[in-house]
Write a protein that binds this ligand. Structure first.
Ligand SMILES: Cc1cc2nc3c(=O)[nH]c(=O)nc-3n(C[C@H](O)[C@H](O)[C@H](O)COP(=O)(O)OP(=O)(O)OC[C@H]3O[C@@H](n4cnc5c(N)ncnc54)[C@H](O)[C@@H]3O)c2cc1C
Length: 242
């Protein structure tokens, strides 16, 4: 059955754009990798509300979503057969900057080098210097845990993140950040998708068999760059990092 009528309906409800013509689908079927997968559609959301609508649509219609910023990934991270969600067009704001705490809040479509131009007068910079830094964006750097030649001295992307505001697969929002054990336990209480994430992690990690397996299989701690994989369950909207 064709999904076009549902896509038309979604398109009309968005502030941003939904593209499902052959030209745009072909353009977004590739990234910097060797892979090519034709998506169902390409969404260019303009607001948080748009992102929530796209995610709810995908969940309802059992379609995958693949967030994308600059698309410079080398292993096919931004190609998929569902909806490609391009946040590079409208989520490009540096939202706030605290020079005392050295924390900046950015949207995922901020280009790494442009962020550093902004920070330069304050004698600060965002460390990971990925080779593609004049086009890669913070959302993609978080997704890939991007590094670069200076990462041995200054750390990789995950070392710099203070918190991430995300939209979960049911359209609800959650903020992920470091927390104490007591705060973690508090987060497991309730019946939301967010609490179920914490509950699942708690249950999985309480299992002694899993604990043994993790200790046995954990990569050498000396190798600091360990990729995170893909955040397909949520889109990052604001990222703070030191
Ligand atoms: C020539 C070349 C050199 C490279 N050199 C390096 C290097 O030195 N170091 C290095 O680490 N990498 C390198 N890369 C890989 C790549 O450029 C980097 O990982 C880059 O930081 C990815 O950023 P991007 O904006 O292109 O992300 P994308 O490719 O668009 O996305 C990367 C991942 O993040 C996810 N993502 C993007 N936005 C969001 C969001 N809002 N919410 C949730 N998930 C999101 C995507 O789904 C995807 O899984 C290189 C690539 C090329 C082509």
């Amino acid at each position: 059955m064709s999904i076009t009528p549902q896509l038309q309906e979604l398109s009309q409800s968005l502030e941003g754009t939904l593209l499902y013509d052959d030209l745009h689908k072909t353009l977004y079927a590739t990234d910097a990798s060797a892979y090519r997968i034709m998506p169902i559609a390409v969404a260019i959301p303009k607001s948080e509300e748009d992102i929530i609508k796209i995610i709810r649509f995908a969940a309802k219609n059992k379609i995958s979503i693949t967030p994308r910023t600059a698309g410079t990934s080398l292993a096919g991270q931004t190609v998929g057969n569902g909806i490609i969600v391009d946040v590079s067009k409208h989520f490009t704001k540096i939202v706030s900057f605290d020079s005392v705490k050295k924390i900046v809040t950015v949207q995922p479509g901020v280009i790494r080098d442009e962020l550093n131009l902004y920070l330069k007068p304050h004698e600060l910079f965002f460390g990971p210097n990925t080779s593609t830094s004049n086009r890669c964006m913070i959302g993609g750097m978080v997704g890939n845990n991007s590094s670069g030649t200076t990462s041995i001295r200054y750390g990789v992307t995950r070392d710099k993140i203070v918190e991430i505001k995300a939209v979960l697969s049911d359209g609800s929002s959650a903020v992920f950040k470091e927390m104490t054990s007591a705060e973690f336990i508090e987060k497991t209480k309730g019946n939301t998708l967010e609490t179920s994430i914490y509950k699942t992690i708690y249950e999985e990690l309480s299992n002694t068999e899993s604990q043994k397996e993790i200790i046995k299989e954990f990569p050498k701690p000396k190798i600091h760059r360990r990729n995170t994989g893909c955040f397909d369950d949520f889109l990052i909207q604001f990222i703070n990092f030191i």
